[in-house]
Design a protein around this ligand. Structure first.
Ligand SMILES: C[S@@+](CC[C@H](N)C(=O)[O-])C[C@H]1O[C@@H](n2cnc3c(N)ncnc32)[C@H](O)[C@@H]1O
Length: 314
């Protein structure tokens, strides 16, 4: 395997100086001494994982069968593995009645199993968007979908370490963030194949396609993550009124995505002006690892957002 086929870790010097790629503003990497006694040393031992230990080919073939796990239908999906605060495990039935009662509500006394994943970051890469949005919208369950094994593992470890660090912080610590990252998770999935297996019709209110692989060559364009066929699936899982965000630094890809979305009967373009104060679009443009790289290289960013139309009346 050539060296160039391995993802090169491109980190800003300030990010390298930290424990990992996450920026200090979105990742509550605990400061040594923020707790007391053994608790603070325990927290100090926790490190946000470092990207360079999760080497991975830069691209995978999205048409190859990757032996992916996916549920037969959305109702067969066990979300408790991803959001244990919000879902009871299917194995809970085997517990005693008393224990089952304990696990039927969240720490805040809300009934479990009442929420659904609402936002999907499709091709989430190293998870920067999710880590930025999770504390901003602590009541919204958001999921990253990523096809590459090591990259998914990195995001999974990043979320686990961040959750653990949060749980060890003293209640009064200013490093504690709303939701403590319990509302964010990642799944290894080929979103060009199994989207309706994970989500019910109209389940999602936001879908993000940020800096997707450009597949420049003409004969490779069929592998792009936005195509007329795939838009039908995205329209199926996105609810009417929901928003699909695209951001890229490749003008040709931007035009391709916008033209297919404009041509689709279930999407309406949203003038960028209408979203100029939207903190979610701001995060979508700036919080992902690719978005940061483009910024460092002073590249252009092209944005196109679309609202899911109401279903046509029969
Ligand atoms: C260029 S990276 C951008 C990552 C991230 N959105 C960002 O802005 O930093 C594109 C990502 O999409 C992932 N990807 C490509 N095709 C995919 C698919 N069919 N399903 C899930 N992930 C996919 C790739 O593995 C890669 O991590």
């Amino acid at each position: 395997m050539s060296k160039r086929s391995i993802e090169q870790v491109d980190m800003a010097p300030e990010a390298q100086a930290q424990a990992g790629p996450s920026s200090a503003s979105v990742s509550p990497a605990p400061t040594p001494g923020s707790g007391s006694g053994s608790e603070s040393s325990e927290i100090a031992l926790l490190q946000i994982p470092q990207k360079r230990f999760y080497r991975q080919r830069a691209h995978v073939n999205v048409f190859v069968d990757h032996e992916l796990d996916y549920p037969k239908s959305p109702s067969a999906m066990d979300w408790s593995v991803h959001y244990p605060k919000y879902f009871t495990s299917p194995n809970a039935e085997q517990q005693t009645a008393a224990t089952a009662l304990d696990t039927a509500v969240t720490g805040e006394g809300q009934a479990k199993d009442t929420k659904k994943v609402e936002w999907a970051d499709v091709g989430c890469g190293f998870g920067g968007l999710l880590m930025a949005l999770a504390p901003m919208f602590p009541d919204t369950l958001m999921l990253g979908m990523e096809i590459r094994v090591s990259v998914t593992k990195y995001v999974n470890d990043r979320i686990a370490a961040t959750r653990q660090a949060q749980s060890l912080l003293p209640a009064e610590s200013t490093d504690r963030v709303p939701g403590e990252y319990q509302n964010v998770s990642v799944i290894r999935a080929n979103s060009q194949k199994y989207m309706p297996n994970f989500f019910e019709r109209g389940q999602l209110s936001k879908m993000f396609f940020l800096f997707p692989d450009p597949h420049f060559k003409n004969r490779k364009q069929k592998a792009r993550i936005i195509t007329p066929g795939l838009l039908a699936e995205y329209a199926y899982v996105l609810r009417p009124g929901g928003i699909l965000y695209t951001v890229t630094d490749v003008k040709d890809l931007h035009e391709w995505m916008a033209s297919h979305l404009n041509a689709h009967p279930l999407f309406d373009p949203i003038p960028t002006e209408d979203l100029k104060d939207d903190p979610i679009l701001e995060a979508a443009r700036t919080a992902t690892e690719e978005g940061k790289k483009v910024e460092r290289n002073k590249g252009d960013k092209w944005v196109a957002c679309f609202r899911r139309r109401d279903d046509p009346v029969d």
